[in-house]
Design a protein around this ligand. Sequence first.
Ligand code: NDP
Ligand code: 2IT
Length: 450
Amino acid sequence: MSYAQKVIEDLKQRYAHETVFLQAVQEVLSTLQPALDKDAKYEKNKILERIVEPERIISFRVEWVDDKGEIQINRGYRVQYNSAIGPYKGGLRFHPSVNLGVLKFLGFEQIFKNSLTGLAIGGAKGGSDFDPKGKSENEVMRFCQAFMTELYRHIGATIDVPAGDIGVGGREVGYMYGMYKRLTKSYEGVLTGKNLLFGGSLARTEATGYGAVYFAQNMLEDRGETLEGKKCAVSGAGNVATYCCEKLYHVGATPVTVSDSRGMIHDDKGINVEVLKQVKEVERASLTRYAELVPGATYTPVSAYPQGRNAVWSVPCFAAFPCATQNELNLADAETLLKNGCKCVSEGANMPSTLDATNAFLKAGVAYGPAKAANAGGVATSQLEMQQNAGMQSWTFETVDGKLKDIMGNIFRNASETAKEFGQPGNLVLGANIAGFRKVADAMIAQGVL
Ligand code: NDP
Ligand code: 2IT
């Protein structure tokens, strides 16, 4: 059994119930063996056994009082996974499905993603099983404040810098920032994705979605293709999906779908981004509202999806941008996309494709940008926000967007060249994993056994 396989088997015993965590580890470790074979130092230093264990897990109770005066209890977490190359960095997710296994998967991915950005940021993730849906503005504020009354002890501008993820956007970051400041007296860049009024960066809101499109452009350019004039399928209707759609128009492509947890919108004329923003960012409504506002757009509820399948991926497209959540694209979806002529997949969400779907894309040889490379623009721009905060500066939109574009190009080239180095040109899964891993592993070795 290979070194990587031994570590995977051991983890399966220890964390049998953390299925998405095991999936993420398997996805990374199963591609690392060529790098491990090339240099014995990784096994000798037990890097895999060390890198799969978080440096620290903080788990806490969050109590708050709802509008009816009833006491509510949620669970809060921060997984400080790896600080070899910089302060812990990664988002906070508020969603009822959050548990430690989900956050370990996200934190583990974040280590390699952050390394790939080329910036000095370690890997972390956190969040809560709090469900922001259906909560009043005051309830969201009280929850965010209660969450921060514990989290503040563990974070800081040079220690650990959280940001948004599913269920956490500018509003939540603002409430958490306010409470951090009140508790610590410190006005510092402790969170990213902040409002522009108190240290936020221009282009951070747009960065993940824009970055996923820049990544697709890099992959396609390398193959002599372009997004111009092409139909694209986008899933999700949140931060990443919205700005992915916006950027697709900028580059001359047409996004024809968006989706949320209740259903999908399909419109061959193209998704109306202004209406989408109104429905999701302002009204915080379901996509049925979008269908009311845009004549000609069709709404398909989740209950009408084909068994176990996501209807978004049955819409013929040249490029697919999964921007909702993990495991939203399975093998059958991948086969449908390929059958319909899909030539490019750029992952805005974290681990949206199942392992067999990923392998189907690789086997078909289409341009496939795995999440940790394709969606790294969000966290990279968070680090640009940290740079601006540390230097007490605010850069223009064009400056930040220009840096984002350069970073996405560098990530593509790094992953692509690493894939070639290991004899698998075009396999950006292997390329991104090995490139991200080597930097962190080498830093860990240089810092000794801690
Ligand atoms: P948002 O909360 O803004 O939006 C999430 C979207 O995905 C919503 O439309 C939501 O629908 C949908 N969704 C969530 N869970 C499910 C589910 N189980 N099934 C179907 N749809 C679902 O989050 P983001 O846009 O920020 O995040 C989307 C993805 O991108 C996540 O995987 C996140 O980890 C990843 N990501 C985010 C980054 C960022 O900067 N924000 C950076 C890098 C990656 P509904 O509203 O109905 O719940
Ligand atoms: O998954 C991710 O990279 C994010 N949610 C963004 C993290 C960040 O710190 O900006």
